[in-house]
Design a protein around this ligand. Structure first.
Ligand SMILES: Nc1ncnc2c1ncn2[C@@H]1O[C@H](COP(=O)(O)OP(=O)(O)OP(=O)(O)O)[C@@H](O)[C@H]1O
Length: 232
């Protein structure tokens, strides 16, 4: 479904990503893990065409996305949840969900009420302004907002950063449910605990280069990679 090959990304003169090859098949659940500054956010922003200058191939169902604006990529079914979540602070939880538009190839979109039924921690906060939610509540809302658009691929940028363990545990169940409903996942994370529960395949990135790609059990066996790039 998503095929990236030879991706190089730049901020001005700064060359951040170096020749990334990565595929997310339909129904696939893929993690990209790495330390702060390794290039995870830059990779997701490159996929969305939002920020860095990207060279190389980004294909969606075989179609090159190069000339496509971010909103057009979203309409293909890519739902990007950025690290800063972008919740609209002056709108309520309900309104934040109400304003989402689905991608054109999707079937019927869920209603905000239906989505809130899936997020029991969010449901009682329906009338609360986005700006007064806790970090964890905002992250759940960002996930609900992504799910309501009925995406084919969910792109999550460090969803667990700064969140309480109980929220993170809840989020595992939410992400697993979204994937069970047929959505593919590309998860950028530093949390190994969360990543291994949500994905089957893992890439490790360091200084803008992939230094490992394989199954989780293969990563567990690659002690040098664990020590050198993940600090375990
Ligand atoms: N807008 C920008 N302009 C210039 N350089 C940037 C910009 N955003 C990020 N960088 C640099 O690109 C490199 C990769 O950053 P990126 O945010 O992609 O890393 P990351 O793996 O997502 O880590 P983090 O968890 O800290 O966000 C870093 O060296 C960072 O300083």
């Amino acid at each position: 479904m998503l095929e990236v090959s030879g991706l190089n990304s730049y901020y001005g003169e700064s060359h951040i990503l170096h020749g990334i090859d990565l595929t997310v098949p339909a129904g696939g659940r893929v993690a990209l893990i790495g330390r702060n500054g390794a290039g995870k956010s830059t990779f997701l922003k490159s996929l969305m065409g939002a920020g860095p200058t990207a060279r190389g191939e980004i294909r969606w169902d075989g179609r090159n996305l190069k000339a496509m604006a971010p909103y057009a990529r979203a309409r293909l079914g890519m739902a990007f949840v950025p690290e800063d979540r972008r919740i609209l602070g002056n709108l309520t939880v309900f309104e934040n969900l109400k304003i989402v538009r689905g991608h054109t190839s999707s079937g019927r979109m869920a209603t905000p009420e239906e989505i809130l039924d899936q997020f029991p921690l969010l449901k009682p906060l329906k009338e609360r302004l986005g700006g007064v939610l806790s970090g964890g509540q905002q992250q759940l809302l960002a996930l609900a907002r992504a799910e309501i658009s009925n995406p084919r691929l969910l792109l999550l940028d460090e969803p667990t950063e700064g969140l309480a363990p109980v929220i993170v545990e809840n989020m595992v169940a939410d992400v697993q449910r979204i994937c069970r409903n047929g959505c593919s996942l590309l998860l950028c994370e530093q949390s190994l605990w969360f990543s291994r529960r949500c994905t089957d395949y893992v890439h490790v990135i360091d200084s803008g280069r992939l230094v490992f790609s394989g199954l989780w059990q293969e990563l567990d066996a690659a002690e040098d990679v664990m020590k050198r790039y993940i600090g375990i």
